[in-house]
Design a protein around this ligand. Structure first.
Ligand code: HEC
Length: 265
């Protein structure tokens, strides 16, 4: 499909597709999915959860995981804010302000130490969401987040809380092992994690430094595309409370994570 045709087909998703093209997606073979459209309510929840984790980290400055925890949580907040901005969910300048604060927060926690005053200043901007005062210099244009966060910080969101993450991987494993049908609440509770996974794939796709040959880069892109598609599907099956389909999708997604890790981690 040509780029032109895809833009027409995408219709309502056009801003997201434009971002995807700006982010360099259009330069490869051109079949990568566009950024996921995460519902506004989920975005607010993602930012809130990140804020809680960041606050906990800031209150433990001596903990050796503090800087990593701040970066991972800042990353998912930036992704959520930018995704909402691109999908025109809410005031664009306000969302850009939140995204920019999350980027600055990660910069204040680069390496092993945290610049406390700067980090607290940016954390306060995140905490004010969804009523954040739009910054006069905030630009509602997409920022390529793959350059603002390292792959390890992006992937860390999946890791256990005591490693600085949000425990998503463990939940995936537990869900995969469950024999009995899922309760509707179980599926509903995981929906937001499926959105996070889709947003993570959207940025980690471009972070392919570990893939060095052309063939490896292509493989990296395929696994990333697959991860995003499966995560979106998982969110949809969770919403539809379709236990059987949910189970099949959880398995496919976990297999996809494992395949890429075996090759590149
Ligand atoms: C396209 C390849 C790829 C896919 C797909 C992928 N990962 Fe990763 N993941 C990596 C690589 C590479 C690393 C090592 C990053 C590093 O240390 O620089 C990693 C690291 C991790 C880590 C360790 C975090 C850390 O400290 O760096 C976790 C946890 C993780 N991935 C979970 C997942 C889960 C869960 C999925 C699927 C939902 C997934 N990953 C999908 C490539 C991938």
């Amino acid at each position: 499909m040509t780029t032109h045709a895809r833009l027409l087909v995408a219709g309502a998703l056009a801003p997201a597709v434009v971002f995807w093209l700006l982010a360099g997606g259009g330069t490869s073979t051109g079949d990568s999915p566009s950024p996921p459209a995460v519902p506004q309510a989920a975005v607010a929840g993602v930012v809130k959860e990140a804020v809680k984790n960041i606050d906990a980290a800031l209150n433990k400055p001596a903990d050796k995981i503090t800087a990593k925890r701040i970066r991972a949580n800042a990353c998912i907040a930036a992704l959520a804010a930018q995704d909402a901005m691109l999908n025109k969910e809410g005031d664009a300048t306000r969302l850009a302000t939140v995204r920019d604060a999350a980027i600055k927060l990660a910069q204040a926690a680069a390496g092993k130490s945290v610049h406390d005053a700067e980090a607290r200043k940016q954390a306060a901007v995140l905490a004010s969401f969804p009523n954040t005062e739009p910054a006069p210099d905030a630009k509602a244009a997409p920022v390529d987040l793959k350059d603002k966060f390292a792959l390890a910080d992006v992937m860390r969101v999946f890791d256990k809380a005591n490693k600085g993450g949000q425990g998503i991987e463990v939940q995936l494993v537990i869900l995969q092992q469950q024999k009995r049908p899922y309760r509707p609440k179980q599926m509903a509770d995981f929906e937001v994690n499926a959105y996070k996974t889709a947003m993570i794939a959207d940025v980690s796709r471009g972070q392919d430094e570990k893939a060095t040959t052309k063939a490896d880069k292509e493989q990296w892109r395929q696994w990333s595309d697959e991860m995003q598609k499966l995560a979106v599907e998982l969110a949809q099956t969770a919403r539809a409370k379709d236990s059987k389909h949910f189970k099949a999708t959880i398995k496919k997604l976990s297999d996809n994570c494992a395949a890429c890790h075996e090759r590149f981690k």
